[in-house]
Design a protein around this ligand. Structure first.
Ligand code: G6P
Length: 369
């Protein structure tokens, strides 16, 4: 097992560190920025139906559902196709509206999640086209799909999903960009800019991993907290959910992710000097708005750990800690902003003496309902 962990103390840490490589593996042969090439070999027969879809329904559970939520922002923003993201367990029992020709994208690391598999079977019966996004080759969900794209992240052993999440985002970004180019819902220039930005993501993830020592230090300060709040807006709202999920899963600290502006409709009541709040605040369209949210937290003496972009000199004057990650296009920021949140959860869990790779009560793949 020590050999399999490749010198890391845990599979989770190894998998966090593998991300520059797993994202590169996922892009390999599919995206060639220099000549504007982007193609997913696995989506071929149903390519035109995907491009011309009236709507896309994403079904998933857990971390994969969070990747789906980012994809909703991406696909709607870039392609103007309406997207719905459904928890597979709800979708399958709520008599969902599915029309023949609707595109259903199940997202699953293991490809074995029972609820997601059942949701696909239901959608298939109603005439939907299923384009699976899975990691495990030959898995049940991959086989039940009409076509799809593997994320090529390699085996993920840690129960808390890390490298599968970023590889899922990579595939989903490629799907959004392929459709957008074909439909001309974005300019060729924007398409190329995004292609170059995707090509540069592995390097930016690598730079974010260099924040390891700083994040370890911050973790040692907050390891005793009983609650955490994670806030983000726009593309980073799902990242807030994912950051909170990572912490809950492995450290057993209660954590909630929220859209930053929605905080005033509830969670703000919880904020006092005991409450660490992780705010994802990169330089994007929501920047000014999220600064106001930070002020609201500080006015109530909450402790703020802000994930900002390199070069940001404003937020550090307002908060307790800043973690500076490289800048990228707004649409791709989740691929970078999630990295410090994975490390934060890892080090807090470690400091609390938790079993990081095999948290209590959780399974890597949930094959029963
Ligand atoms: C379990 C795992 C999570 C995972 C979820 C969905 O809860 O512990 O890490 O996100 O299942 O799994 P899937 O394999 O379908 O992505």
């Amino acid at each position: 097992e020590a050999i399999e962990k490749g010198g890391f103390d845990h599979f989770m840490l190894k998998e966090i560190y593998e991300q520059p490589k797993s994202i590169r593996d996922c892009l390999r042969g599919r995206l060639i920025a220099a000549n504007g090439h982007l193609a997913l070999g696995g989506i071929h027969k149903h390519y035109q139906e995907l491009v011309n879809a009236n709507r896309i329904i994403i079904v998933a559970c857990g971390t994969s559902w969070h990747a789906g939520l980012v994809a909703e922002y991406l696909i709607e923003d870039l392609t103007r196709i309406p997207v719905e993201v459904e928890y597979a367990s709800e979708f399958r029992y709520r008599n969902p509206i599915i029309a023949p020709g609707d595109i259903v994208i199940p997202i699953s690391q293991s490809g074995e999640t029972a609820d997601t598999l059942a949701a696909i079977e239901l959608a298939k019966e109603k005439g939907a086209i299923i384009l699976g996004v899975c990691n495990v080759v030959g898995s049940s969900i991959a086989r039940a799909s009409h076509e799809g794209a593997y994320i090529h992240a390699g085996p993920e052993i840690g129960v808390a999903s890390t490298k599968a999440f970023t590889a899922q985002l990579t595939v989903l970004s490629m799907i959004a960009l392929m459709i957008a180019r074909e439909k001309k819902t974005i300019s060729e220039q924007k398409y190329l800019e995004l292609l170059y930005a995707m090509d540069a993501i592995p390097e930016k993830v690598e730079k974010s991993l260099e924040l390891n020592a700083q994040i370890k230090y911050i973790s040692s300060i907050y390891k005793g907290a009983s609650n955490f709040l994670y806030l983000g807006r726009g593309y980073n709202f799902p990242v807030a959910l994912e950051g909170a999920l990572k912490l809950k899963e492995i450290s057993y600290i209660h954590a909630e992710g929220y859209p930053a502006a929605e905080m005033k409709h509830g969670p703000i009541a919880l904020i006092d000097e005991e409450m660490p709040v992780v705010v994802i605040a990169p330089h994007d369209n929501s920047y000014e708005k999220i600064i106001s949210n930070i002020q609201e937290i500080k006015a109530r003496k909450g402790k703020v750990i802000a994930i900002v972009n390199e070069g940001d000199a404003v937020i550090e004057t307002m908060v307790d800690h800043v973690i500076k990650v490289p800048r990228t296009k707004e649409e791709l920021m989740p691929l970078v902003s999630v990295i410090p949140l994975q490390l934060l959860a890892y080090y807090i869990a470690l400091d609390r003496g938790c079993n990081v790779d095999q948290p209590r009560n959780l399974a890597k793949s949930v094959t029963v309902e």
